[in-house]
Design a protein around this ligand. Sequence first.
Ligand code: NAD
Length: 285
Amino acid sequence: MELLDGRKVANDLLDTLKIEVDSLQKRDILPKLVVILVGDNPASLSYVKQKRKACEKTGILWEQINYDESITTNELIDTIKKLNNRDDVHGILVQLPVPEQVFTPDVIRAIDPKKDVDGFTAYNLGKMFLSPDFEDLPPCTPAGVIKMLDYYNIDVSGMDATIVGASNIVGKPLTTMLLNRGATTTTCHIKTKDLKANTLKADLVCVAVGKRNLITEDMVKDGVILVDIGINKKEDGKLCGDSDFESISKKASYITPVPGGVGPMTVACLMENTVKATKNLNKIT
Ligand code: NAD
């Protein structure tokens, strides 16, 4: 069994991006990411902190706008419009989830696709949908999974891949990106009749649900590649994924740890998108 060491792959990517940021700075181009945080949800605060650290590491400028829980959709959209028009801003990210009264699709739609470094707008998702050649600012978590598999020379072409979880930000785009790279994909969700039958047949299982121990050792085949995207908190406060790492690691050919797997890759891909957006906006190829 080999560990898919997301932390290491992500650090390598951040080192490469730092070199790119340095060379942009020499041309007086200062990549900047603006993060909008609503409220003080502990998980969101922790994700924002990790993103800020990655900006510091790569030299990307960081600006954070904090709003109270009571913000409205229109107030958020007004802020985004101002950021869209600022030449010094290259990436805009609204930390999700936002409070119930805010209509998330309208907020996402307000972001200029050129600055949509989370890759959530219909424009960037559409490009991702067409083919890997058109991917420009892909959603960070699926992009991180693909990048990690590439790093370990895992070619998914011809593989049976089962993706558990079908959200717009992880499961669905990951399914598309794997399909576009030649995998035969199955996407499972809460209404799937027989989850085990679908995971058991797969060479590659990616799970993004948010339920501890959803995937157990008896649900995967020998030699499986297991990518665990889920993040859950155990009773002792430590993080874990959606699968039983201990027992599955005895059966798997490759497996991601949680923490230290997909999480750091997501953040690194956000930095990569910010650098890409900066270059695109400045017409640098
Ligand atoms: P979501 O709640 O939007 O979607 C969850 C999906 O799981 C849904 O499609 C639902 O149908 C499916 N599901 C629920 N119960 C199921 C079951 N019993 N069997 C099969 N499918 C089931 O969640 P999300 O935003 O996609 O996030 C999923 C998990 O991934 C969460 O734990 C989240 O914290 C984590 N996450 C991690 C990263 C990272 O960088 N590592 C990034 C994003 C999300």
